[in-house]
Design a protein around this ligand. Structure first.
Ligand SMILES: Nc1ncnc2c1ncn2[C@@H]1O[C@H](COP(=O)(O)OP(=O)(O)OP(=O)(O)O)[C@@H](O)[C@H]1O
Ligand SMILES: [Mg+2]
Length: 255
């Protein structure tokens, strides 16, 4: 039997005039497209910096398999949040190809719908909305998706709050809880839709060692029991030790 080693996957995108523009050829093993959660090829991102450009990502390549738990480390300012934001479809790369769960992310993608359906994002600075209680914040993605949280989702939010130890704070507003409690609520918000991909930017950064351990244990549980793929940025050796693979971002490249 002859087995074709690679499929040629041609990548096109639509420009402003809706013309189909050839972008790249990816040589992909047929099994790869089924097993891969995300694939980045030659991702570049610069920010303007006075008259110069700050080239933060200089050709990042990354493949993360479904159900994998990957950690990213790197010095402050090395571009970890920028990379996670591109993967989370919050910002666009200047160049490169991004495939998420078999879908090419391009100008035709319904980004808000895709993000809400597939990705949970834990921000480095939690970004809870001050006018809502912790429970309401946690349920916001469900409301964005279908106007009203189902009873099952409300119960699931309670289950998540219980695990991370903030159940008693459900009716508190973000301004009246500690930074660590707010980041635990932000983790629950990222998980409430049971995303296939969880992106966590320093999820245990503001926590004491017991709550940091609980948080990482919850991530591990989501990973092993629900099969959630996790990409986590962390400086903590203890947290990173739970990941299957640890990558370092340095000089705009991931290795
Ligand atoms: N919106 C922006 N506009 C301009 N420059 C930015 C912007 N966001 C980030 N930068 C710059 O890009 C570089 C990478 O920032 P980024 O936040 O991705 O780093 P990081 O690795 O997450 O750092 P930390 O560990 O401190 O969170 C830094 O030099 C930062 O100043
Ligand atoms: Mg950061």
């Amino acid at each position: 039997m002859w087995v074709k080693p690679f499929d040629v996957f041609q990548v096109y995108y639509a420009n402003e005039c809706n013309e189909c523009i050839f972008l790249d050829v990816l040589y992909i093993q047929p099994a790869f497209i089924i097993n891969v959660m995300l694939h980045l090829k030659d991702i570049e991102k610069s920010y303007p910096d006075g008259s110069n450009a700050n080239d933060v990502l200089r050709g990042v390549n990354l493949s993360v398999a479904k159900r994998e738990f990957v950690a990213v480390t790197g010095e402050s300012g090395s571009g970890k949040t920028t990379l996670l934001s591109i993967i989370g479809t919050l910002i666009k790369p200047d160049k490169g190809v991004y495939l998420l769960d078999g879908e090419l992310i391009n100008s035709r993608t319904n980004i808000p719908e895709l993000r809400n359906r597939k990705i949970g994002f834990v921000f480095q600075d939690h970004r809870l909305l001050p006018q809502y209680t912790l429970q309401q914040n946690i349920l916001l993605p469900t409301i964005a998706a279908q106007k009203k949280a189902t009873e099952e989702q409300v119960t699931y939010a309670g289950f998540l709050m219980n695990i991370v130890g903030i159940a008693s704070l459900a009716n508190h507003f973000p301004a009246t809880v500690s930074g660590g409690e707010a980041s635990r609520a932000a983790l629950c918000r990222a998980l409430v839709m049971k995303p296939v991909l969880l992106l966590a930017d320093e999820p245990s950064g503001q926590l004491d060692s017991r709550n940091a351990r609980n948080t990482i244990a919850l991530l591990k549980k989501m990973n092993t029991e629900l099969g959630t793929t996790i990409l986590m940025v962390s400086h903590s050796k203890e947290s990173v030790a739970e990941a299957e693979r640890v990558l370092t971002l340095k000089d705009g490249l991931l290795s």
